[in-house]
Design a protein around this ligand. Structure first.
Ligand SMILES: Cc1cc2nc3c(=O)[nH]c(=O)nc-3n(C[C@H](O)[C@H](O)[C@H](O)COP(=O)(O)O)c2cc1C
Length: 190
C-alpha cells in the first residue's frame, strides 16, 4: 500500500474479527511509534502491549466507545472486541509534557496498523485510575491513550462535511465519517 492509500484508508474501526494479531506486527507498530518526532528528541513515551485474552477482558470495561452514536450502537459486541491493545505511557521522570509527542506516536501506530490490514481505534475516553490499578502502573507513568486493535469487521467511509461533525451508522452497519473538504480546511493562502 502506498503512502496516499494508507492515509486515505485509515478510519477508526470499533468492530473486529477474532483473528489474533502476531506479536511481530505489534512490535513493528512500536517500531513506527518510536521513530515519530519527539520535542527536543527527548523520548519519554513507553508502551504496553496487551494480547492476553484475560487481560483484554479486564481492560475492556475501562474504555468508552463512540460517544457520538446512540447508546445501543456504541460498544462492540462480545465476539467483535479488539484482539490487542497498545497503551501509551509518558514517563514523567524523563519529560513532564509530552502530549504532542503522544499525538505523533499514536498516528504512526494507526497508519502502521492500516498498512498491515488492521483496524484501530484511538481512545482517550478511558478510565485511567482503573487501568493503573489493573496493570500496576507506577505513579511516574502518565497513562495517555489506549489504541484498540484488531482485524476489521466493519466498514467506515468518509463523506463530505455539511453542517455536522457527528459520525453515524446506517442500517447495514457502515460508519459514515463527515470530513471537511480541502477548501473548507484552508484558512488563507498568501
Ligand atoms: C484524541 C482522540 C481521542 C479519541 N478517543 C476516542 C474514544 O475514547 N473512543 C472512541 O470510540 N473513539 C475515540 N476517538 C476516535 C474518534 O472518534 C475518530 O477519530 C473520529 O470519529 C474520526 O473518525 P476517523 O478516525 O475514522 O477519521 C478518538 C480520537 C482522537 C483523535
Amino acid at each position: 500500500m502506498d503512502f496516499k492509500a494508507v492515509i486515505q484508508k485509515r478510519r477508526t474501526i470499533r468492530r473486529f474479527t477474532q483473528k489474533e494479531i502476531s506479536l511481530e506486527i505489534l512490535k513493528e507498530l512500536i517500531d513506527f511509534a518510536r521513530l515519530a518526532p519527539a520535542g527536543m528528541n527527548v523520548q519519554s513515551l513507553e508502551y504496553i502491549i496487551i494480547t492476553d485474552a484475560k487481560m483484554r477482558e479486564q481492560l475492556f470495561p475501562f474504555l468508552n466507545w463512540a460517544s457520538a452514536l446512540p447508546r445501543n450502537q456504541r460498544t462492540p459486541e462480545e465476539n467483535r472486541r479488539p484482539t490487542a491493545y497498545i497503551i501509551v505511557l509518558n514517563n514523567t521522570n524523563i519529560k513532564k509534557f509530552a502530549d504532542f509527542d503522544v499525538g505523533a506516536s499514536v498516528e504512526n501506530i494507526l497508519l502502521g496498523a492500516t498498512y498491515y490490514g488492521l483496524g484501530s481505534c484511538w481512545m482517550g475516553a478511558i478510565e485511567r485510575n482503573k487501568i493503573r490499578e489493573l496493570l500496576h502502573i507506577p505513579e511516574q507513568y502518565e497513562i495517555k491513550q489506549v489504541i484498540s486493535l484488531g482485524y476489521p469487521d466493519e466498514e467506515s467511509i468518509v463523506e463530505p462535511y455539511i453542517d455536522s461533525f457527528k459520525y453515524w451508522k446506517d442500517e447495514s452497519g457502515t460508519m459514515h465519517v463527515p470530513k471537511k473538504s480541502v477548501d473548507q480546511s484552508i484558512y488563507k493562502i498568501y
